[in-house]
Design a protein around this ligand. Structure first.
Ligand SMILES: Cc1cc2nc3c(=O)[nH]c(=O)nc-3n(C[C@H](O)[C@H](O)[C@H](O)COP(=O)(O)OP(=O)(O)OC[C@H]3O[C@@H](n4cnc5c(N)ncnc54)[C@H](O)[C@@H]3O)c2cc1C
Length: 331
């Protein structure tokens, strides 16, 4: 059993640590519980993160934890597996109790959910093993690293053709694998021709690796296409397993009519529909990058502090009223 804390932060990635940082600096008691599986954990480096460009994901988290710890924030390794709402202090009606996979429990006045997203990948043998390394999804995250290399683009969504052009911007050696002709129109094909992008029609049967290195793909007819990288799209699903007791429900995320994953609905500060619970980072915004997730964590942390300031004010006024002789008022 951990001490009752002002704020429980679920997840210690960029979003959770940034929330904890602003809360710790505001002298709130904070416990960060982190299962230690960042979404980008397979990648060699975090890119587009100003000030720490290219740091490995777990290294960046370590740096963040050290920074946050200096403000008294506490950490627990593990996973929140259950949580429920109900007061945990005498003078605040809002509160939560959560259980860790270790069996320990923590009571908190507020919760920031920063548990990230889980990528659901195209079902091609060999693809998952290369995710984040030879198999890439984001030209901004990985494009520079595969510049001028042989890049395959596995088109499994209506955005695939656009993605192919994004990858073409970093390499002249792009091959598009059109698994479903309905996903690529005449204009897309004309664009591919104009940019010198090769087109292969039909399913990709397997992603090939030699040890740790992606080497190509196998087509339905058994022929192989040598590659240095394969771009593929995932859907990013909010990691909310074990958090249903908080009353949170993830909603489908769409771009146009294409489903790209799921996320917790939040307002501008990260407040969820459940009073006392905020969400930040990929759990609320599947397309948010690391720096954007960090910013969302900061915003949520600041809002939680503001909410606690107001709750403390209400409690202080009630205590003052209780001490005031009948007939007089403190207000
Ligand atoms: C392969 C890959 C490469 C990427 N590269 C880049 C890049 O170069 N630059 C960039 O800006 N973005 C990149 N991204 C996106 C990046 O991963 C996200 O923007 C970022 O991870 C979001 O941060 P977060 O704090 O919301 O979640 P995460 O970093 O995923 O952190 C969430 C944490 O919460 C923990 N957790 C989950 N559930 C629980 C629970 N119930 N209890 C306790 N802990 C829990 C997880 O284990 C994890 O440690 C990449 C994504 C992928 C898939």
């Amino acid at each position: 059993m951990y001490d009752t804390t002002d704020v429980l932060v679920i997840g210690g990635g960029a979003a959770g640590l940034s929330a904890a940082l602003v809360l710790g600096r505001s002298r709130r008691s904070v416990l960060v519980v982190d299962a230690g599986e960042p979404r980008n954990g397979a990648a060699a480096g975090v890119h587009n993160y100003l000030g720490r460009e290219g740091t490995d994901p777990r290294g960046l988290a370590r740096i963040g934890r050290d920074e946050v710890a200096q403000y008294g924030v506490r950490f627990a390794s593990g996973r929140i597996v259950d949580a429920s709402a109900g007061p945990v202090t005498a003078d605040d009606p809002v509160g939560f109790t959560a259980t860790l996979d270790s069996g320990g429990t923590v009571a908190a006045r507020r919760v920031v959910v920063a548990s990230g997203a889980r990528d659901v990948l195209p079902d091609v043998p060999g693809l998952a093993a290369q995710w984040g390394r030879g198999v890439v999804h984001c030209p901004f995250c990985h494009g520079w690293e595969v510049r001028d290399r042989r890049i395959g683009v596995l088109v499994t969504t209506p955005f695939g053709a656009h993605q192919a052009l994004m990858w073409r911007a970093v390499s002249a050696h792009v091959t598009v694998f059109v698994t479903d002709p309905a996903l690529v129109g005449e204009r897309d094909l004309a664009g591919f021709r104009a940019h010198g992008i090769d087109v292969v029609r039909g399913p990709v049967r397997e992603v090939l690796s030699d040890g740790d290195v992606l080497t190509g793909v196998v087509l339905a007819d058994g022929s192989t296409v040598p590659l240095d990288a394969l771009a593929a799209a995932s859907t990013a699903e909010a990691r909310v397993t074990g958090l249903a007791g908080l009353g949170l429900v993830a909603a489908d995320q769409t771009v146009g009519d294409v489903r790209i994953g799921s996320a917790l609905p939040v307002g501008p500060t990260g407040a969820t529909d459940v009073p006392g619970v905020w969400a930040a980072g990929n759990v609320a915004a599947p397309m948010a990058t690391v720096i954007v997730s960090a910013a969302a964590g900061t915003t949520a942390g600041a809002a939680v502090h503001g909410d606690l300031v107001q709750a403390d004010l209400v409690a202080a006024l009630a205590r003052a009223d209780a001490r005031t002789p009948a007939g007089q008022s403190t207000r």
